[in-house]
Design a binder for this molecule. Structure first.
Ligand SMILES: Cc1ncc(COP(=O)(O)O)c(C=O)c1O
Length: 394
């Protein structure tokens, strides 16, 4: 059957290739440790599950919600954003609930772009953003970020692209895959430059609660002068460990959000209704559990900092957010081959930096969200052994 050019232009998912290899090895009895998937390693606790069960008895849990989602859920999310991000969205007109932040991003692009429009992706980028731009008929443009600055996004990085006529700039902070938390003042300057050049700025803030040490998340939509030109995408997938419930949101200008309804209705009709209610149940329990869990993640991050520093050919300048170590491998020119070889030889799953764009080549992404310390220690032992024994493989 014919496959359309837009989908043909998308590379097969590199992460899935690694996962498939890991499944094959596991099935053959290998003790695989996965540092691959972007899972927070957190699951809803029994108290939260207790609040969920009664929802099943509510008839409206089982049917379509309004296209934009249940108003009560939008109100709860608007209250969260007002309290934590200092931005006020009208829940009735400026928020639409989606099947996760990924769908929010696709909804934003389908509403915003004309065929062939360019979208600037600071690179290394979140790979689903690149594929989504292609699938909707846009053209992804990689804006290289510098490892020397810890992959911060600076105006000077953007400057060469300001005259390119791009329709949008995507800002992911805290970042996947680099873990960078963008400096708030510089991010404002970047957004001002992009907006002055005619772009809409789309933010992705799914890791906003996972920031460490003195880093603070800041939301561009909270800056009044920028707000009309900013679309905010996010979800609670990572926050509450509910990646399978598929609820996120897109927030922004009321007219734009109204137009997204046409796309949403055609695509999914609405975000999963029971999942929408789950988010309110989770939010009503407060954030103490997540904030305690953040300490656990930070301990893993500090552990990795120390352990990776002992492996001579690896370098990681620890970044302050999400739960990824984006690690440079000295001499590596084919991270895909390297990641598959590491998995085959020492059974540690990592993600090749190349799947995050041209500027990710030479790196491996290690996700530490779902790996407890003893297992993380074992993974580091194995990596140390691999690089001691196989220096020529890079
Ligand atoms: C930066 C980023 N955005 C969005 C997503 C997808 O989130 P959701 O489950 O809300 O679709 C992920 C998942 O890994 C991510 O890392």
């Amino acid at each position: 059957m014919h496959i359309g050019a837009r989908v043909r232009s998308v590379a097969p998912p590199g992460i899935e290739l690694i996962n498939a290899q890991a499944r094959r090895l596991r099935a053959a009895g290998a003790p695989v440790i996965s540092l691959g998937q972007a899972l927070p390693g957190l699951l809803p606790d029994t108290a939260l599950l207790g609040r969920i069960h009664p929802l099943l008895n509510e008839p409206d849990s089982h049917v379509y919600s309004p296209v934009a989602g249940l108003l009560s859920v939008r109100q709860a999310i608007a209250a969260f954003l007002a309290q934590h991000n200092g931005v006020t969205f009208d829940p009735d007109r400026e928020l639409i609930l989606t099947a996760g932040a990924n769908q929010a991003f696709m909804l934003a692009l389908l509403t915003l772009l004309d065929a062939g429009d360019r979208v600037l992706l600071p690179s290394p980028y979140f790979l689903n953003h690149e594929t989504t731009v292609r699938i909707v008929g846009g053209v992804p443009v990689e804006v290289p970020l510098s490892p020397e600055t810890g992959f911060q996004l600076r105006v000077e990085d953007l400057r060469p692209f300001l005259g390119s006529g791009a329709r949008a700039l995507v800002i992911v902070t805290p970042n996947n895959p680099t873990g960078a938390v963008y400096d708030p003042q510089e991010m404002i300057r970047v957004a001002e430059a992009a907006i002055a050049a005619g772009m809409t700025v789309i933010t992705d803030e799914v890791y906003q609660l996972f920031v460490y040490e003195s880093a603070r998340h800041s939301s561009l939509a909270s800056v009044p002068s920028l707000r009309p030109h900013v679309l905010t995408t996010s979800s609670f997938s990572k926050t509450f460990g509910i990646t399978g419930w598929r609820v996120g949101f897109l927030a922004g200008d009321a007219t734009f959000i109204e137009e997204t309804g046409k796309v949403q209705d055609s695509m999914v009709i609405c975000a999963p209704t029971i999942g929408q209610k789950f988010v309110v149940a989770a939010l009503s329990g407060g954030l103490d559990g997540v904030l305690r869990y953040r300490e656990v993640l930070d301990a893993r991050r500090r552990f990795l900092t120390e352990r990776l520093a002992r492996i001579p050919c690896l370098s990681w300048q620890p970044t302050a957010g999400s739960f990824f170590a984006f690690v440079r491998v000295a001499g590596c020119t084919d991270s895909t081959r390297l990641a598959h070889d590491i998995l085959e030889k020492v059974h540690v799953g990592t993600i090749p930096g190349r799947v995050f764009g041209v500027y990710g080549e030479g790196y491996l992404r290690l996700a530490y969200g779902a790996v407890e310390l003893p297992l993380l220690a074992e993974a580091c032992d194995r990596l140390e052994r691999y690089f001691a024994e196989a220096p020529g493989k890079r």
